[in-house]
Ligand binder design. Structure first.
Ligand code: FAD
Length: 318
């Protein structure tokens, strides 16, 4: 079923969902099931699976020279999505990127998803790979997520890249896109970023999932601004509980979001990461309760492979 249909069916109550990462190459899919199993009692109608493109690594050779190699550390997005749908009977939402994909690669990827019975995709640009300062699209790919959304919707109308193809099949994907309550790091302003978000919605995106945030007022202001600019689709808040002290610097650095002073103070007082985890869970419970009271369609948690804290939060609020 499409995410938008799940939201409609819930008839105003907030749903629970979460995002997982494929395991590192070499690990078994059982690690994915071990993360999902404890969360199934909260009846997630859908589970997102991130996509990780190749990275460049330099390996030192015997002669001292560096060899540049391309590796993908977390492959398996499509396989995990298929496994989730068949094992748990819930909708899996694969993330799909512009980066590293030509339009033809995208089309072939979407055909695989369609044949596997996957109904939803999250369309993203992707970040620059580590060896690049700025994001570089594939020469035959999309520069921005908007183009990717447009391609998926063209395919929904039966329009393939190769115009001469004889086709009698149309896909029917429901497309989600990313939104940034504290603006995307490259955007000149929040207003401009929201205008870009509106372009993605105008291109056919049917819902928005936000970047993590730790201060609900940022989310509420973002939703208000989106509505003022004519974005009418459901906006789903993304939440992540803090779990380690390092995240006080890692999260702002990597995700370009602020941490409220109250939260930072509480984390700094902790003597170990077990205590930090408790503070993170408590903070996220309070955020979740307020968001539910405000009537958000879904609470979407970034589990990042740690389901025990998400379980505690879900048990307290659902
Ligand atoms: P876009 O919407 O294309 O925007 C990128 C930037 O370009 C923004 O600053 C925007 O304002 C600007 N922009 C947009 N259109 C134009 C235009 N026409 N002209 C000029 N500027 C423009 N990354 C992964 O690698 N794998 C994942 O699985 C993944 N999942 C994610 C899930 C969520 C919910 C979120 C919030 C992020 C995720 N990311 C993931 C990270 C994402 O790929 C990065 O944040 C990326 O830098 C931007 O992606 P986007 O789709 O928002 O890009």
């Amino acid at each position: 079923m499409k995410i938008t249909q799940h939201i409609e069916k819930a008839n105003g109550s907030s749903l629970f969902s979460f995002e997982i990462l494929p395991p590192l190459k070499g690990q078994h899919i059982q690690s994915i099931y071990d993360g999902i199993d404890p969360l199934m009692e909260f009846k997630p109608p859908f589970i997102d699976v991130t996509y990780h493109r190749e990275e460049y690594v330099y390996i030192e050779q015997e002669n001292g020279l560096l060899e540049k190699r391309i590796v993908r550390k977390r492959p398996g997005t499509v396989g995990i999505c298929a496994a989730i749908q068949s094992k748990y009977g819930v909708d899996a939402v694969p993330h799909i990127l512009c980066g590293g994909f030509s339009k033809e690669d995208t089309e072939n990827f979407l055909i695989d998803l369609d044949f596997l019975g996957i109904k939803n995709v999250m369309a993203l640009r992707g970040d620059a790979v580590k060896s690049e300062t700025y994001f570089k699209p594939d020469p035959k790919g999309h520069c921005y997520a908007e183009g990717l959304v447009r391609q998926i919707n063209d395919l929904n109308k039966g329009k393939f890249q190769e115009e001469l193809l004889e086709n009698n099949h149309q896909t029917d994907f429901c497309v989600g896109v990313a939104g940034y309550p504290e603006k995307h790091m490259e955007a000149p302003s929040l207003d401009k970023d929201i205008e870009r978000l509106r372009e993605k919605v105008n291109a056919g995106a049917e819902y928005v999932v936000t970047q993590m945030f730790f201060n609900n007022s940022r989310f509420f202001e973002f939703v208000e601004k989106c509505r003022e600019k004519g974005i009418k689709v459901p906006i789903i808040p993304g939440l992540k509980p803090i779990a380690t002290k390092n995240q006080l610097t890692m999260i702002p650095h990597r995700f370009h979001v602020d941490l409220p002073d109250d939260l930072t103070r509480e984390v700094e007082k902790c003597r170990n990461n077990e205590q930090v985890r408790e503070v993170g869970v408590e903070w996220c419970i309070e955020q979740s309760k307020e968001l539910i009271a405000a009537g958000v369609p879904v609470l979407h948690y970034y589990s990042m492979g740690r389901s025990s804290n998400i379980r505690e939060i879900a048990a307290a609020v659902f």
